[in-house]
Ligand binder design. Sequence first.
Ligand SMILES: Cc1ncc(COP(=O)(O)O)c(C=O)c1O
Length: 484
Amino acid sequence: MYLELDGNGALYAQLTRALKAAILGGRVAAGARLPATRVLSRELDLSRNTVLAAYEQLHAEGFLVGKVGSGSYVAAIEAPRAPPIARVAPTAPVARYAKRAKEVFDRIIPGRQYKGLRYNLQYGAPLTNPALTSAWRRALAQASAHAEMDYPDPQGLAALRLQVCDYVARRRGIVATPDDVLIVSGTQQAFFLAAATLVEPGESVIIEDPHYRGMRQVFQAHGAKVETVGVDADGLITEQLPQRGARLVAVTPSHQFPAGAVMSLARRLELIEYAHSQRCWIIEDDYDGEFRYDAHPLAAMQSLDSHGRVIYIGSFSKTLFPSLRLGYMVLPPGLKQAFVAAKWFCDRGCPAIEQGALARFMADGGFERHLRDAAKTLKQRRTAMLAGLKRYAGGAVEVADSHAGMHLVAWLPGVTRPQCEKLIALAAERGLGLYSIEPYFLGRAPREGLLLGYASLPPADIEAAMRVFGACLADLGLSRRSAA
Ligand SMILES: Cc1ncc(COP(=O)(O)O)c(C=O)c1O
């Protein structure tokens, strides 16, 4: 416990004053247990009798409750609090990175916005599953019993990299060895490492429009010149790629985020050729490629790359849960050392216990079982949303259904921006969280639309949410826009 004695008078009186100041100043809260006298005497290099005398004094004055010797607790005293130390804005110069980061940072925590809404369709709110929680608890307990206490390999636990290779080969058609894999703390860190490793400030990074904000912000904060290329039903419009100067192109080919297109084979091959001829890199953000419904499984773009230009990123945020903060990169030959070094500088590697638990969970089949269950559940939720949209909002929305993932985009043809804002506000008043697609564009969205996440609500709630949505549309006179 940090206490400063003032050097005036008897030691027990100095200690009494220091403890009072700590209590009155709020540094030791009401109800907090003070250290045992033996412990404090050792820490402060005072005799135990001195500490005992100070504690007794504080008891006598009503600052402490409980019995000296069996635990002393700070009393709930109505005392004037010392004014907190003024928090002065730092005048010291910060790096350009800090200025840019502050500028582009808009933290959105799934479920927190509009907390308290009955039906929240926020994208990113996870699918929860009690069976997964118990399985994960068991995996963690076993992993912690066997964990190495030394720093983990910054590239990731070998056992987990092996499981990742097996998984991406089976599910995503990617041939890789554990040596090509880097375990990261989520896709977000993979973007960060890619910026640090591959892009000089001022260099050009191409992203899709619309796109995932977390990706764009990392490159903007890094100081890259972020440019966008549009998407259509075949994904990124490759013919619009700039003819020179791009350092990196970041795409979501399996399920364009958020608009939903699957990038066509022709475009995938064009993009790989482009990267080869421009000597730039491709980031393949495969954030939810595992969840495909009523459609053929799709191999990742990386599996087509014979030039070693694609950096593949996968995440456990959708397949398991986002608080896990684990993801993986499959790196082209030649990039590994730089990425592992950057990862080491960042955090010295992801936590070993979680990695160990995940490796076990994957090895014993628990992960596959969970994926099968999750896909079934998500499909039911998606079906409920599609049915609800058709039933309650059929005339007003144009649904971009991509047979994949955990969200849909409902475009609102003919709806103006103020009308869309009113719709969102009215829905919120009625307990429904709706979210505009606007923030996912670099500039203004070409038309109004909503990003509807369905992972976190059961089908009955989704149906009820769609009913509220339909009523809001009707009450604002927006029901039958596209019926003509
Ligand atoms: C397009 C896209 N990329 C990546 C991610 C995942 O990021 P992370 O692995 O950091 O949770 C998400 C999550 O919502 C996403 O939507």
